[in-house]
Design a protein around this ligand. Structure first.
Ligand SMILES: *Cc1c(COP(=O)(O)O)cnc(C)c1O
Length: 395
């Protein structure tokens, strides 16, 4: 296909392990493919650092979570060093930062999120409300277009301590205006927590420049860290001293190895750590970040938009049974596009039988999330062709 011949990122496909060349994989929005570099690096790490260095390797493992955080932050999240660190899962980090923010806003007790947000984000807020005097306020978001800023503004008052939203909606793909939301939420005297899970590595993000307070995200989607890869969190430097997270562990302690009698949180981003960092998983998370840095986030975003626009254009021509369920304006979308059909579950299962992997989401949604570095435009064309064959009789 001509677009593939002219694609400046085409050569990156060769960096990935493509176990089955006949399989069309459009589900980086759930789990990206592994890189050859990840396999090689893990092998070397186990041989040289674990087997060779043994416990001595802790001398450089000890701050790997911070170093990798600085790399991700400065290259892909728009964050100066000392504000991003890898730790725990996104769920646990949401809990830590939500509790820290609530505690830092005495007299305010409301957590705001939206009813289309990812399940774990809603559950964490529910859990905090269930065991404290905090209250959850759910803002209604349109299932196709996401949170409307006027609806959000109407939910903000002097009781709100924290607002937690996804930068890119996991189902619709709706992309929020980070700077506008920060201004709105901070103007109401609350802290803003961003979930970057569906945005990092595919959408240019400016945490510092947009004045963001707090953020979390996972690394197993477009960042390619592998199943269950460690998550990360961001805390703006000026807030670090004032915030205390609820899980007091030895990796968050000032002078960790003194092992003193009382918990005294470290002055910087380290205070948001709990226990031992997962060194093998952190090692596996590095190449996915590096390959995106090498390709350049602007080029990745440009290709991602062309891929999802191609899905939408071909679907409009050839898949009349599928109703578009994402923002129409590409500038308001992340890296995936979603369609609605009542038989979505069956269509996705039958597509898998025909060697096309996409995602099924309730209610009745089909999500196409092509990874910009490993997906060819021809893959999109072939995938839509197979969906066409499957659905041409359907309405
Ligand atoms: C994938 C995803 C998560 C993942 O949470 P984990 O606890 O790391 O499994 C969280 N939030 C959003 C919005 C996601 O898309």
């Amino acid at each position: 296909m001509r677009w593939d011949e002219q694609d400046p990122l085409a050569a990156f496909r060769d960096r990935f392990i493509i176990a089955d060349p006949d399989l069309i994989y459009l589900d980086d929005s759930s789990l990206a493919r592994p890189l050859k570099a990840t396999r090689d690096l893990l092998g070397r790490m186990i041989e040289d650092e674990w087997a060779g260095g043994l416990v001595r390797s802790w001398s450089h493992w000890i701050d790997l979570a911070q170093r990798l955080g600085d790399r991700l932050g400065s290259e892909l999240l728009g964050a100066e060093t000392g504000q991003v660190v890898f730790c725990d899962s996104t769920t646990v980090n949401l809990y830590k930062l939500s509790m820290a923010a609530l505690t830092a806003r005495p007299g305010r007790h409301v957590i705001v999120t939206d009813d289309a947000n990812f399940a774990t984000d809603r559950y964490v807020a529910q859990g905090i409300a269930a065991r404290s005097d905090a209250e959850l306020r759910l803002v209604h978001a349109h299932p196709d277009t996401g949170v409307d800023l006027r609806t959000l503004a109407a939910a903000l008052d002097g009781d709100v301590a924290v607002v937690s939203l996804s930068l890119v909606g996991y189902r619709s793909g709706a992309l929020l205006d980070m700077a506008a939301v920060n201004e709105l939420v901070q103007g109401a005297g609350a802290y803003m927590i961003w979930d970057l899970s569906h945005a990092a590595g595919v959408v240019p993000i400016e945490l510092d420049a947009s004045g963001a307070d707090l953020a979390v995200g996972c690394t197993y989607k477009y960042l390619g860290g592998g199943p269950g890869a460690p998550a990360y969190l961001y805390v703006r430097r000026e807030l670090q001293e004032a915030l205390r997270q609820p899980i007091w562990g030895w990796f968050g302690q000032r002078g960790q190895f003194t092992m003193g009698p009382e918990y005294d949180p470290a002055p910087g981003i380290e205070r948001f750590l709990c226990g031992c960092p997962p060194i093998i998983s952190l090692t596996a998370a590095q190449p996915g970040i590096e390959v995106l840095c090498e390709a350049g986030i602007e080029a990745v975003r440009a290709k991602s938009l062309r891929l999802t626009e191609l899905v939408r254009e071909l679907a409009a021509e050839r898949l009349p049974a599928l109703r578009p369920a994402s923002p129409l304006d590409p500038a308001r979308r992340g890296a995936h596009v979603t369609f609605e059909h009542p038989g979505a579950r069956r269509i996705v299962a039958e597509l898998a039988d025909r060697q096309v992997i996409v995602d099924h989401l309730e209610p009745g949604r089909i999500r196409f999330g092509p990874g910009p570095l490993a997906t060819r435009f021809a893959d999109v064309w072939d995938a839509v062709d197979r969906v066409h064959t499957l659905t041409k009789g359907l309405r």
